[in-house]
Design a protein around this ligand. Structure first.
Ligand code: SAH
Ligand code: SF4
Length: 444
């Protein structure tokens, strides 16, 4: 039995892919380890969305190679996912001790490649596969072996993107939009329910573009919601990451009838300036975005939203940035992700004139950060004294704590719970909060 060290960078879709790959490798006599020294196989599932994640990969590879040379020269190293897809052979040139470079739609070939290595010395062997074999990938990965997550589980339903936002590397790294077979998705969710999973997080780069045609019927994400609604045991449905573009009225309307849908939607705005949105190739205006929010709230008045924002996109003026600040003031997001624009290879925006200075990006980021914190705190404090439904998932950091998520995706911890509450939804009265959690007391 040899050790297997795994690291995921970036998004939840990598976690899903890696877990399925681990299922495929389950008969290969590897045992997961946290210690690189003990690893016969290292799998790094990478992210190319921002430069930071790529730099981190490079430094991790350097560190892993030192361990490989010092302790375990036969260690196999696989770099898979988005950086592998974009860089292909260049990765092997730069890091010749990497054995396998498998793009996002070729990761399923890793077990076979390992087989081919048996009996050979690993040091000199390299394989690079960056073919877009998406159909094959989901056929091979369609195995329900283990349940890696407890209580809440990811299920990828859609992959790739056709939108080509000018800053974004995803269309290059994940390929064209692909929707998985509706029936296989439902089978997978039924299996997860049988294993005790209570919450399903549907995943896709553009999850609301899901569209699968079979027997002259077209299935949309709302059809997946309706099917999950009938599956006993699953109490909650979430989805990530939707895009304001392609947010159909039918999806919004489904909140009326499907109570398992949680009233918390991630709605990435990216910028509050219509001029910048146009340059980003985002086909909505801020007015249209706000109207969409209103539609959601007309269907469920308690709906809350988080977002993604980018500061320092090429040519962004102080006025454009103020427009973003203005939108944040209108939306008062209780939560969100915000990034400094990072020029990505092979994207339109990377070669636009008027790239913004790092110093200005940092200043704008800091200002936005403080504002987002203010609204997070405002939102958290508005929950004090309120009763929220919490699905408990884990033991907390301290022995007597258990933690879970509210319907609005807030982390909530309590001290008066125990092991038996994990996997259950309980009413909790909120008493206080800190930067990342609400604290309360189970009242039923
Ligand atoms: N499909 C989703 C987002 C996927 S990428 C959507 O369209 O909304 C996740 C987030 O990373 C994006 O929403 C964006 O805010 C950020 N991002 C993508 N490319 C980036 C870049 N080049 N620089 C900085 N942030 C970026
Ligand atoms: Fe990237 Fe999302 Fe735009 Fe697609 S829609 S290009 S994933 S930001």
């Amino acid at each position: 039995m040899s050790g297997l060290f795994v690291k995921n960078y970036g998004c939840q879709m990598n976690v899903y892919d890696t877990n399925k790959l681990l299922d495929l490798l389950s008969s290969y006599n590897y045992k997961e380890t946290q210690s690189i020294k003990e690893a016969g196989l290292v799998i790094l599932n990478t992210c190319h969305v921002r430069e930071k994640a790529v730099t981190k990969l490079y430094s991790d590879l350097g560190r892993i190679n030192i361990i490989k040379q010092s302790y375990n020269p036969n260690m196999l190293i696989a770099v898979i996912g988005c950086v592998a897809q974009i860089q292909g052979n260049d990765l092997i040139k730069r890091f010749p001790y990497v054995n396998f470079v498998l793009g996002t739609q070729a990761i399923q070939n890793l077990p076979q490649l390992i087989n081919e290595l048996k009996g050979k010395t690993s040091k000199k062997l390299h394989s690079v596969d960056t073919r877009f074999l998406t159909d094959e990938k989901f056929k091979i990965l369609n195995i329900n072996t283990y349940v890696h997550q407890k209580i809440s589980a990811f299920v990828t339903i859609q992959e790739g993107c056709d939108n080509f936002c000018t800053y974004c590397s995803v269309p290059n790294s994940r390929g064209r939009e692909y929707s998985r077979d509706f029936h296989l998705i439902i089978d997978e969710i039924k299996y997860l329910a049988e294993q005790g999973i209570k919450e399903i997080m549907l995943l896709g780069q553009n999850v609301n573009s899901y569209k699968f045609v079979s027997d002259a019927k077209t299935y949309y994400i709302e059809d997946i919601f309706s099917e999950i609604d009938k599956i006993g045991g699953i109490e909650r449905i979430r989805y990530l990451s939707p895009n304001p573009q392609g947010m159909r009225d039918d999806l919004i309307e489904s909140y009326r009838s499907i109570r398992k849908l949680m009233p918390f939607v991630h709605l990435p705005l990216q910028s509050g300036s219509n001029r910048i949105l146009k340059m980003m190739n985002r086909p909505y205006t801020t007015d249209e975005y706000l109207k969409m929010v209103e539609k959601f709230r007309n269907v469920r008045s308690d709906m809350m939203f988080s977002t993604d924002l980018i500061v320092g996109f090429p040519s962004e003026t102080n006025g454009d940035f103020e427009d973003t600040i203005n939108m944040v003031n209108i939306m008062q997001y209780p939560n969100g992700f915000y990034f400094k624009y990072s020029p990505r290879p092979h994207t339109v925006a990377a070669s636009m004139p008027n790239q913004i200075d790092d110093k200005i990006k940092n200043q704008r980021f800091q200002e936005l950060h403080e504002l987002m914190l203010k609204y997070k705190e405002k939102s958290n404090s508005s929950f004090i004294g309120q009763v929220v439904n919490v699905l408990f998932e884990n033991h907390g950091k301290f022995l007597n704590h258990i933690t879970g998520k509210s319907e609005y995706f807030q982390n909530v911890f309590v001290k008066n719970g125990n092991e038996n509450d994990i996997g259950k939804i309980k009413k909790v009265r909120i008493k206080s909060f800190n930067a990342s959690n609400l604290e309360g007391e189970i009242i039923d």
